[in-house]
Design a protein around this ligand. Structure first.
Ligand code: S3P
Length: 428
């Protein structure tokens, strides 16, 4: 589907952000491994989370959805999963594939796991290698680096793992495998990645200890069903935060945004760029901090964004790059080579697509150099089947001369099914 975006005068009004993708995945997985009835509200009905839900159903987990955003899971404990009779399909979702690998490795059954065209090119070796050190038996193409993968469940043993990348998916996979291992399993990261797994494992009653960048899970703890309230996804809010800042005369109240400090790098970076973002009505929902954000149009200034902040804004780089196109001066984003192995090679794709509309965006090995302030012209662009690229291009299109056309726009449903409708409602 080709989506047309026309320039707008301003964005005004209120918006409630749909559920957090990372937290929705984890609520499903832990609900399935806990004992009893877990009730999730604020669940994100995005295609990625539905991939996790279907994989769990394939393993015999009873899951009901009384509404789109409410899910009830009848968990039957750590050893309640059943051998799936079909290949499990993670679709486009790296979180589904990597977290499930951690769980599947320690089961008493055989399973096979695959994904869509994009996911079948993304590295699984970063998870498979340490799982093998724990005793897992996993095979597939390129020494089990690529899906499809075959997993023969084994008795695992705990390891002390020094991770080469700050990846929450890798950390979470090992912690989940650690629930099935003999002895404790520790993961140490080079810098802090999102900590939703740690928070939720503790919330469900697992024995977990966090010491700075090191997390240790001890097997033998019993996980019990919980009521989980999923906050809104800051990665989805990101597109509206940037839209509100770059479109003149805008004022937006973005409600129900998860502001876990391992996720708020975009707010910090944009505030450093002179963006007017007010964090109001701070509260806590079952172990996760939440707030509303008040956004006002701003004269942005360039900044250099690198180092430990990068994992806390990694999914927001497409939105941040669009913001940088409207900032005075040269913005540099570095230490973000991980972007090359996301749903698309986001460094290459952002440079390619934003150059099409006249943006001065240069590819770096581990980031982007963006010169702001040039007039942009609407053009025919492609999402490269990447949901966050599609939404970032739509935000740029609010400020181009002439209309923007974005091919393959339907992929926004991966993380934000109602994005186009929400955008339309706020624009005038
Ligand atoms: C996620 C972790 C991040 C992020 C992804 C979701 C998660 O990936 O980019 O969209 O839910 O754990 P990495 O762990 O590979 O950095």
């Amino acid at each position: 589907m080709i989506k047309e975006i026309t320039p707008v005068n301003n964005l005004k009004g209120e918006l409630t952000i749909p559920g957090d993708k990372s937290i929705s995945h984890r609520a499903l997985l832990l609900g399935a491994l806990a004992e009893g009835k877990t009730e999730i509200s604020g669940f994100l009905p995005g295609a990625d989370c539905l991939s996790t839900l279907e994989c769990l159903r394939q393993m015999g987990v009873m899951i009901e959805r009384p509404t789109e955003t409410n899910v009830i899971i009848k968990g039957s404990g750590l050893n309640g999963l059943k051998e799936p009779s079909q290949v499990l399909d993670a679709g486009n979702s790296g979180t589904t594939a990597r977290l499930l690998l951690g769980i599947l490795a320690g089961q008493r059954f055989f399973s096979a796991l695959t994904g869509d065209f994009s996911l079948r090119q993304r590295p699984m070796g970063r998870v498979v290698e340490p799982l093998k050190q724990m005793g897992a038996q996993i095979s597939g193409r390129q020494s089990a680096n690529l899906l499809p993968l075959a997993v023969t469940g084994k008795q695992l043993h705990g390891i002390d793992y020094l991770s080469p990348v700050a990846s929450a998916q890798l950390k979470s996979a090992l912690l989940l495998a650690g629930l099935y291992a003999e002895g404790p399993t520790s993961v140490m990261e080079p810098s802090k990645s999102r900590d939703h797994s740690e928070r939720m494992l503790q919330f469900f009653g697992a024995k977990l200890h966090v010491d700075g960048l090191k997390v240790t899970v001890h097997p033998g703890g019993k996980m019990e069903a919980r009521k989980v309230v999923v906050p809104g996804d800051i990665s989805s809010a990101a597109f509206f935060i940037v839209a509100g800042l770059i479109v003149p005369n805008s004022e937006l109240l973005i409600k129900n945004v998860g502001i876990n400090p391992t996720r708020t790098g975009l707010i910090t970076a944009l505030q450093q760029m002179n963006g007017q973002i007010e964090v109001i009505n701070r509260r806590e929902e079952v172990g996760e901090p939440v707030a509303d954000l008040l956004i006002k149009s701003s004269d942005l200034k360039a900044a250099t964004i690198k180092g430990d902040i990068i994992p806390t804004l990694i999914d927001e780089v497409p939105a941040l790059t669009v913001a940088a196109l409207f900032a005075e001066g040269e913005t540099v984003i570095m230490d973000a080579a991980e972007l090359r192995v996301k749903e698309s090679d986001r460094i290459a794709v952002l440079a390619e697509e934003l150059q099409k509309i006249g943006g001065q965006v240069q590819e770096l090995p581990d980031g982007l150099r963006i010169r702001g302030g040039r007039a942009l012209r609407g053009s025919l662009c492609s999402s490269h089947h990447d949901h966050r690229i599609a939404m970032a291009l739509a935000v740029a299109g609010l400020r181009t001369e002439g209309k923007m056309q974005i091919a393959d726009f339907e992929c926004t449903a991966i993380s934000y099914p109602g994005f186009a409708e929400d955008l339309k409602r706020l624009c005038s």
